[in-house]
Write a protein that binds this ligand. Structure first.
Ligand SMILES: Nc1ncnc2c1ncn2[C@@H]1O[C@H](COP(=O)(O)OP(=O)(O)OP(=O)(O)O)[C@@H](O)[C@H]1O
Length: 259
């Protein structure tokens, strides 16, 4: 009998990420309420929301920092609660908080991450070098992470997240606190990963200028999904002319029930 993994059977038909009916509470505070969302392979999907919308909570559930008690989450067809090893192997993460080890060099940070995924020796060095070249930071490989700027650290974190060649990359407000040039470099790089390598990307933000007309978006407000779909459809359904106007209309009122 041929054993074929879910992501091989139907190639691109299996979503990179599938979130179905997920809710989460911190004690009595409901942080997410019945959220569903799909990130197709090779596409960029953004979760838009103001502070407290639930973006980080959603990413914490996807990356399994917390277990989702309601609903289900699958990465490339693998349920994260039933086959966490398979799911997490295909997932790369860039958290909002800085997570480099500041006392290690840039290269050591990447090699350490590779080792956690069972990649060592020459192959790990090859991947690390290629990943650093890709984000334009190869000449800093031997520097201690603490000597990098915020934008450079973020680029190293992205390089690190790709060391195990994930098919899904999730990034939590990756450009917050960066200057315009660093921000543009990061957005451009991640969009290139989508276009050229077919990586599925889930990107959370409150910055609407990071969104393009063909992107899929989910607008979250106080934990509730307000709209999900391609930008132009979301704008049309809201009765507004622009994404900014639609976003404002959907996030200033008390949350609506999910569409
Ligand atoms: N560990 C926690 N314990 C209790 N409440 C929490 C915890 N983490 C988040 N919350 C609450 O859950 C809600 C959603 O927070 P979350 O951080 O997911 O939103 P966010 O969209 O990422 O916001 P921001 O843009 O400010 O990071 C908020 O009301 C927040 O105060």
């Amino acid at each position: 009998m041929n054993v074929i993994s879910p992501d091989m059977t139907v190639a691109t038909a299996v979503p990179a990420l599938s979130v179905t009916g997920v809710s989460h509470s911190y004690g009595s505070r409901r942080a997410l309420d019945n959220v569903s969302l799909t990130v197709p392979q090779g596409e960029f999907t953004a979760v838009l929301g103001l502070n407290g919308a639930g973006k980080t909570t959603l990413l914490s559930l996807i990356t399994r920092l917390f277990d989702a008690r309601q609903g289900s989450i699958s990465v490339l067809g693998y349920r994260i609660d039933r086959e966490p090893g398979e799911a997490l192997r295909r997932l790369g993460v860039v958290f909002q908080a800085r997570t480099l080890d500041l006392d290690l060099s840039v290269m050591e940070n990447l090699l350490f991450h590779a080792a956690l995924h069972g990649i060592g020796g020459r192959e790990a060095r090859r991947r690390a070098h290629a990943a650093l070249l890709d984000v334009g930071i190869a000449e800093r490989a031997k520097d201690k992470a603490r000597n990098l700027s915020g934008g450079q650290m973020r680029r190293v974190e992205i390089a690190r997240s790709l060391m195990h060649e994930p098919r899904l990359l999730v990034l939590d407000e990756p450009t917050v606190g960066l200057d315009i040039a660093s921000k543009v470099a990061i957005v451009t790089h991640v969009r290139r990963l989508v276009r050229e390598r077919g990586v599925g990307v889930l990107w959370t933000t409150h910055l609407l200028d990071e969104i393009e007309p063909d992107d899929n978006i989910l607008i979250l407000h106080l934990g509730k999904p307000q709209a999900h779909g391609v930008v132009r459809d979301v704008v049309a359904a809201s009765g507004q002319d622009t994404l900014r106007a639609a976003f404002t209309a959907l996030t200033e009122a008390p949350p609506q029930e999910a569409a």
